[in-house]
Design a protein around this ligand. Sequence first.
Ligand code: ADP
Length: 272
Amino acid sequence: MQLSTDPVITVRDGSFGYGDRAVVTHVDLDLHPGDVVAVLGPNGSGKTTLVKGLLGLDAHLGGDVELFGVPRRQFRDHARIGYVPQRHSLSASVRATVSEIVAVGRLPHRPWWRRASARDHQAVRDALQTVGLLDRADAEVATLSGGQQRRVLIARALAGDADVLVMDEPTAGVDAANQEVLATVLESLAAQGRTMLVVTHELEALELIVNRIVCIRAGIVDFDGSPQAYAAHEVAHARDHVHHHPHVLDEEPTTIVDDAGPLDAHEHRGAG
Ligand code: ADP
């Protein structure tokens, strides 16, 4: 990891979407070293679109994106950014061991074992140790559970010694035991000072480590600030929502304003 105080990711008036359809617009964002940011928002609001757009994987329609101070289109130092996608392709048809998958994060050109140095092997082992899967290093990845496979993908992102980790729903669809392991892994990465941008529905799993929340709603960044400020923002937003849509009180008398925590209120609207 290279330590610096310069922004890791900078976006100015970014717009992200598909074809000629913009999904998220007017995005201004600076991600600083050591930031642990949760990206929240209702289903389909554009969280995945935003992170993919930042990384140039898809979906960048306009505005300026810089990665480590370099315009994204000219950025070549891809190992500095580890990406854990939401949908992964470690299906039953992938015949590779856990180590081989993790090594791809470090040596993207196969066959890695012919080119791997002792240091590369050690980096793979260290990454597996971090996610608690060292004892499965030689197992075929298809034999692992979904939660373990997500940990393999995090290890893959770690093996390249990335300065920043971008993770899309790392805890989604994962059983409770694996969620706990994942939360611990993310906590230890945050304690190391890793910069992280995490799309999530399960803020509770990350609340100990997140120092900033970015919320996407109705096609814009609706909130960007501390978790404390976010809680107040959500309460105000829920009140405003009730004010403009009083019928919601008839449907579910106490859900939004009185009983629900800010996230519950937010999830409620996302589902509606
Ligand atoms: P979120 O991550 O917040 O659930 P997404 O970024 O996945 O939201 O999706 C935002 C919007 O973009 C949705 O309307 C979705 O249907 C649309 N979308 C997502 N991926 C594609 C794609 N590859 N092509 C066209 N539209 C897409």
